[in-house]
Design a protein around this ligand. Structure first.
Ligand SMILES: [Zn+2]
Length: 388
């Protein structure tokens, strides 16, 4: 793009639509465009992470007990409670043994320091986004033991246009992914997969519908490749919303794992994502039931998400998952006792008719087609609409 011939083409086509072949844009230039004004972790946090990693990986070989470490650092006039320098730590630790307790203790001290810095930054970004999700995010980080510095890194690296709203939604998507041990968590952290937040009304206009969506390819004036589009009213406290994110992460996984260009049938593509979505929903639902928080239960999640008439796609995805996995069938089934459609579930589980066929019928009724293929392409273009 920054190549002179491309610049010339752009200048000559100022008022017209211009498509430049990806082959004519070097990788460095593509990355430049993708990462203009991308935020990053402060040097202070990076230094603390470096020290934490040194503990983890054993770069700091052996040590004295923590009291001795402190004494050593004080002697070297390094503020232990602020930021121990790796070089100084190494000098203090040289040739000594460190026991597990010391390592744990130090890691926690460092993590506390990182939290102070990273959580403040997350709250600041949230304030600028005006989405008011910061406290909800911090609650969830504490509850699920998710590291604040990783959330912050994902917020910077996975934000589509580096707007505070994109950063907040990127953080939320990362939290859902890492909470589910999803392989896309790392792709959000390293910026391969992006998240774009849209105001709900705009989402409806641009993407259609009210849920989230994943874009494989850059197309038109709005869609960017390798990007999950999410309406900004998504809630971390809603299992349904989080399950929707898992659905889109499943699409992203299929796309980003494609090592060569290939086509996948739209019904297969969607059936897989819906099955992952319902499994996640049930696992989270069971966790919520097991939590001893009566408040949660009172306003809690309802299973009409799976009502056969209201939601045939999810219903048949659930039946298919349960038919093919006895462990999940036993785990899930008891939670439906008392639901109006429990009889349906029992009958359909006993039936020899394929649940997957019914799932495909339900998907077809919703507008998906067995005649359409989704193209998974390894070399996508990107679209950027911000200042360059
Ligand atoms: Zn889908």
């Amino acid at each position: 793009m920054r190549q002179q011939n491309n610049v010339n083409a752009m200048l000559a086509n100022k008022k017209k639509r211009l498509i430049i072949s990806m082959n004519n844009i070097p990788v460095a230039d593509r990355n430049h465009v993708m990462n203009v004004d991308r935020g990053k972790l402060s040097k202070e946090i990076e230094k603390l992470i470096e020290v934490r990693n040194a503990y983890k990986s054993g770069i700091i070989l052996g040590s004295k007990k923590s009291k001795e470490i402190k004494a050593c650092l004080v002697k070297k006039k390094t503020s232990f409670w602020n930021l121990p320098k790796e070089k100084e730590l190494k000098a203090c630790y040289a040739n000594k043994k460190i026991n597990a307790w010391d390592s744990f203790y130090m890691k926690n001290i460092i993590n506390d320091q990182i939290d102070v810095l990273a959580l403040n930054q997350i709250l600041e970004i949230d304030k600028n986004s005006k989405l008011a999700k910061g406290n909800e995010m911090i609650e969830e980080m504490k509850k699920s033991n998710i590291r604040s510095d990783k959330v912050l890194r994902a917020m910077y690296n996975a934000a589509s246009d580096n707007s505070p709203a994109d950063q907040v939604l990127a953080g939320i998507t990362y939290m859902v992914a890492t909470g589910a041990n999803h392989p896309m968590a790392i792709k959000l952290l390293n910026g391969t997969l992006h998240v774009d937040a849209l105001a709900p009304k705009k989402y409806k206009k641009v993407q259609g519908g009210e849920r989230a969506s994943y874009q494989i390819l850059t197309s038109g004036d709005t869609n960017k490749a390798n990007t999950i589009y999410i309406p900004a009213n998504v809630q971390l406290s809603s299992i349904r919303d989080k399950a929707t994110i898992i659905h889109e992460l499943t699409h992203a996984e299929d796309d980003l794992n494609a090592t060569s260009n290939r086509e996948v049938n739209e019904l297969d593509f969607e059936a897989k994502a819906y099955k992952e979505e319902v499994k996640y929903f049930m696992d989270e639902y069971i966790k919520e039931q097991n939590e001893d928080i009566s408040e949660l239960k009172m306003g809690g999640t309802r299973l009409d998400f799976f009502d056969k008439n209201l939601n045939p796609i999810r219903y048949w995805a659930l039946i298919d998952v349960m038919k093919n996995n006895t462990v999940l069938r036993n785990r899930y089934l008891k939670h439906f006792v008392g639901e109006s459609f429990y009889q349906n579930i029992e009958a359909d589980l006993a039936s020899t008719f394929s649940a997957n066929t019914n799932l495909r019928i339900a998907l077809t009724k919703a507008g998906y087609s067995s005649q359409r293929n989704i193209e998974l392409i390894t070399k996508q273009g990107h679209f950027y609409h911000g200042k360059l």
